[in-house]
Design a protein around this ligand. Structure first.
Ligand SMILES: *[C@@H]1O[C@H](CO)[C@@H](O)[C@H](O)[C@H]1NC(C)=O
Ligand SMILES: *[C@@H]1O[C@H](CO)[C@@H](O)[C@H](O)[C@H]1NC(C)=O
Ligand SMILES: *[C@@H]1O[C@H](CO)[C@@H](O)[C@H](O)[C@H]1NC(C)=O
Ligand SMILES: *[C@@H]1O[C@H](CO)[C@@H](O)[C@H](O)[C@H]1NC(C)=O
Ligand SMILES: *[C@@H]1O[C@H](CO)[C@@H](O)[C@H](O)[C@H]1NC(C)=O
Ligand SMILES: *[C@@H]1O[C@H](CO)[C@@H](O)[C@H](O)[C@H]1NC(C)=O
Ligand SMILES: *[C@@H]1O[C@H](CO)[C@@H](O)[C@H](O)[C@H]1NC(C)=O
Ligand SMILES: *[C@@H]1O[C@H](CO)[C@@H](O)[C@H](O)[C@H]1NC(C)=O
Ligand SMILES: *[C@@H]1O[C@H](CO)[C@@H](O)[C@H](O)[C@H]1NC(C)=O
Ligand SMILES: *[C@@H]1O[C@H](CO)[C@@H](O)[C@H](O)[C@H]1NC(C)=O
Length: 497
């Protein structure tokens, strides 16, 4: 077999990897006064078709609940444990045996995040970070798990300086003594750079220099698009510009083949009205909806078009116990009951995305409704309303609990979905109401629960895109000077969560 032939095979493998699974996952923070039980968390993930999660620790109950679900899990070494692990390879080996080996393969652990934003939050432990990465990796090798599980460490994008234009970005040079061996490690183990990307903070700290639409992935007038004068690449959103800045900063240190995965990105849905006016439901919805479409569309970035940047949304739940400003407690997609904070706008992205998750609604008997009126409405639904009420018969899945309210809920909800949730179809003379809580129980499955209608994250098998970009041909160079002027003043630092 010729060398040329081998090269072709290798290239084919590389592009197969590149073309694979762009995914959107979620981070699961747990600073909640009423943290749902792990089984409830997993039920929510399943109902929303969320296939990738990142944990900030390696909680045993959570890992057990995630077993045999097919959900891929990134676990973390918390910063508090970093010192111990970075100083002792036997501590690292113990950690891997208790938190990884004990759960794999039932729980599909696919990555270990060693610490969180260590370089910026704990600069004095930075020196042991690379040892911690290496010790964890050696323990995985010893357990023969290194081919399945990637080891990396999430970094804040604030360590990238001069990040616009992206082509001039570089890492804070004082961190090079850690970054260079860290990148060598990522390169030699085939791992990825884990990057936290927060256009919200970039926007907040830019004092009006960054347009809100640019942070939210919303369309910009051509004269507001940011153009990198070195590469002539057009940037239409902060997220892409930040990811490209990271590629260029790595290239500045001569690392050009390390892929990037975004370990955190999101937008808060509520903030302090005086200081955080742009932390709104609408902006959070716009950002996360656009982010999901952007990632799953595999648009890639201007520098690497078509190369997916898989992303974990920050975050699954609102964390009410988080200290700091109001926004800190409001990054979640769901409240502690699993009720969506807002309805993502995912429709209209073609076959790439299934329909909104968060718009799952059900029709239920109103609490405290008059029993006779409920019975009358139930009779109507099963009669003139043509609902198939056979599951309510004795011995059938929805017979229990045998109460008028429970049976009415089944009939109402079936009718409501049969009528495609049209306005007025969940009323029944005022004894019914719409809810987002799925009333299904046991084997009694209610219409509207499960199925593709509840899909949050799309079809895993997204169609692949051509990797050539139309970006450069779309450049309107006459507008460059204005864009560069705006962007030159941008501040790209990030506040830590
Ligand atoms: C984990 O997920 C990956 C990606 O889907 C899959 O290839 C692998 O077989 C899974 N591993 C286990 C143990 O289920
Ligand atoms: C752990 O330490 C022992 C003794 O110093 C050494 O032989 C071994 O190679 C180390 N293992 C790792 C993973 O560094
Ligand atoms: C670069 O990193 C050093 C060490 O953490 C820090 O003191 C310095 O402020 C950083 N520089 C910039 C411009 O962020
Ligand atoms: C990167 O490679 C170039 C060319 O080989 C070399 O001049 C430069 O010093 C290298 N930079 C670093 C940070 O290693
Ligand atoms: C998805 O990619 C196609 C092809 O590049 C593009 O035309 C379309 O606008 C993209 N959609 C989104 C939502 O990004
Ligand atoms: C999901 O992918 C399958 C297989 O590629 C395809 O048949 C199906 O139509 C897709 N569904 C959606 C909602 O895109
Ligand atoms: C999404 O909704 C549209 C319109 O209601 C429907 O035609 C389409 O089949 C739905 N797609 C999925 C995957 O449910
Ligand atoms: C969500 O559901 C409500 C009520 O059923 C409906 O008015 C709205 O259009 C839906 N939104 C989307 C995006 O489907
Ligand atoms: C999904 O929505 C369609 C149209 O609204 C409906 O016919 C279908 O029954 C729904 N599927 C589920 C599982 O709810
Ligand atoms: C990819 O490019 C080729 C050649 O330009 C074209 O024939 C093909 O339709 C493109 N495929 C997609 C998915 O855009």
């Amino acid at each position: 077999m010729s060398v040329a032939c081998m090269v072709v095979v290798l290239l084919a493998m590389v592009s197969a990897v590149d073309g694979e699974d762009a995914f959107v996952g979620v981070n699961i923070g747990t600073a909640m006064s009423d943290m749902p039980h792990p089984t409830q968390v997993v039920a929510l993930l399943k109902s929303q078709h969320i296939r990738h999660v990142r944990l900030y620790d390696s909680d045993t109950a959570m890992l057990l609940a995630l077993a045999n679900t097919g959900i891929q899990v990134a676990i973390s070494v918390p910063n508090e444990q970093l010192l111990g692990i970075g100083q002792s390879n036997s501590t690292a080996a113990n950690w891997v045996s208790q938190n990884v080996v004990a759960h794999y393969p039932a729980t599909n652990i696919t990555a270990i995040c060693v610490g969180s934003e260590v370089l910026t939050t704990l600069p004095n432990t930075a020196s042991i970070l690379v040892n911690a990465l290496k010790f964890i990796q050696s323990a995985l090798i010893a357990s023969n798990l290194n081919a399945h599980i990637k080891v990396s460490t999430p970094i804040s994008s604030s360590i990238i300086l001069d990040s616009f234009p992206p082509s001039q970005a570089f890492f804070n040079h004082s961190l090079n003594p850690v970054l260079v061996p860290m990148l060598k490690f990522l390169q030699s183990t085939g791992s990825y750079l884990m990057l936290n990307v927060y256009p919200y903070y970039d926007y907040m700290q830019s004092n009006g220099v960054i347009p809100l639409d640019y942070a939210l992935f919303e369309p910009l007038p051509a004269n507001k698009e940011a153009v990198d004068s070195n590469t002539l690449l057009h940037y239409t959103n902060v997220f892409d510009a930040t990811v490209d800045a990271a590629y260029f900063a790595m290239a500045d240190l001569n690392f050009t083949n390390i892929p990037i995965i975004v370990t955190e990105s999101g937008w808060p849905s509520k903030g302090d009205s005086a200081n955080e006016p742009d932390a709104t439901l609408e902006n959070a919805n716009t950002y996360n909806s656009n982010l999901i479409k952007h990632v799953l569309n595999k648009t890639g970035t201007p520098k690497h078009p078509g190369i997916a940047v898989s992303t974990y949304i920050y975050e699954l739940y609102n964390e009410d116990l988080k200290p700091g400003p109001v926004s800190e407690k409001n990054w979640g997609l769901f409240d502690e009951n699993g009720k969506p904070i807002y309805v993502l706008h995912l429709i209209g992205s073609g076959s790439m995305l299934a329909n909104d998750t968060t718009n799952q609604t059900y029709c239920t008997a109103r609490e405290g409704a008059d029993e006779k009126m409920l019975q009358a409405a139930l009779d109507w639904a099963c009669g003139a309303g043509k609902v198939d009420c056979s599951p309510l018969l004795q011995g059938q899945p929805c017979y229990e609990p045998d109460s008028v309210a429970a049976h009415a809920t089944y009939a109402f909800d079936t009718y409501y979905h049969k009528m495609a949730k049209a306005p007025g179809t969940c009323d029944f003379n005022g004894v019914a109401e719409i809810t987002t809580t799925n009333p299904s129980h046991g084997t009694c499955t209610f219409p509207g629960s499960g199925g593709t209608n509840g899909t949050f994250v799309a079809n895993a098998s997204a169609p692949s895109m051509n990797s050539t970009s139309s970006v450069s041909s779309a450049i309107n160079s006459g507008k460059d000077s204005y864009s560069i002027l705006i962007i030159g003043a941008m501040i790209w630092s990030v506040v830590f969560l």
